[in-house]
Design a protein around this ligand. Structure first.
Ligand code: IMP
Ligand code: MG
Length: 185
């Protein structure tokens, strides 16, 4: 069994490696169809959790794509609904007049994505859309955050793997799993 040391910390696998890859192929096909075939798309990876997803998604998009990366950290908790997002690493490329697809690992409250979209829109791109691998609809505070593409809706449980971490660990699991509760309590 792969990654035995990490597997022992997982209570339940909720999305297998095969299910992830199948759904990512579908998302890639859908994205490829939705844009004109000569569209140059900038994929913007929200670090660090979306790294795996973007790498696999990009290989399933039949358009000329470029990569850029942004690192943000969100402040604001359940008690602070108007929390804000700090940019730790900004984009390298100018997105003015270009088609942008933000690639996120998971939408929880929606705060991070809302702020990133708002910021990127001030730079006058031709279009801004977002794709998320996972969505926790029960937790969504920002009802109006528009996500064009959504891989899986999941229950309100803390998940790790395939890029998602707990204290920076478990990103290299090839599936999405729920961590054993005793490990984060
Ligand atoms: P939001 O701003 O509340 O939507 O939070 C989104 C960010 O929180 C994601 O990009 C993740 O980095 C992190 N996050 C939310 N839920 C989880 C989870 O279940 N596991 C790991 N990270 C999570
Ligand atoms: Mg993240």
């Amino acid at each position: 069994m792969k990654l035995k040391v990490l597997n022992e910390d997982i209570a339940e696998v909720i999305i297998t490696e095969e299910e992830l890859q199948q759904r990512i192929r579908e998302l890639g096909e859908q994205i490829s169809q939705d844009y004109d075939e000569d569209t140059e798309l900038i994929l913007i990876c929200i670090l660090r959790g979306a790294v795996m997803f973007m790498a696999d998604l990009a290989r399933n998009i039949n358009l000329p794509v470029t990569f850029d990366f942004m690192d943000v950290s969100s402040y604001g908790s359940g008690t602070e609904s108007s929390g804000t997002v700090r940019i730790i690493k900004d984009l390298e490329d100018d997105i003015g007049g270009r088609h942008v697809l933000i690639v996120e690992d998971i939408i929880d409250t929606g705060l991070t994505l809302k702020h990133v979209i708002k910021l990127l829109e001030t730079r006058d791109p031709a279009s801004v859309r977002a794709v998320t691998l996972l969505d926790k609809p029960e937790r969504r505070e920002m009802k109006h955050v528009e996500v064009a593409y959504n891989g899986f809706e999941i229950p309100d449980k803390f998940v790790v793997g395939y890029g998602l971490d707990f204290a920076e660990k478990y990103r290299n699991l090839p599936y999405i799993g729920v961590l054993k509760e005793e490990l984060y309590n």
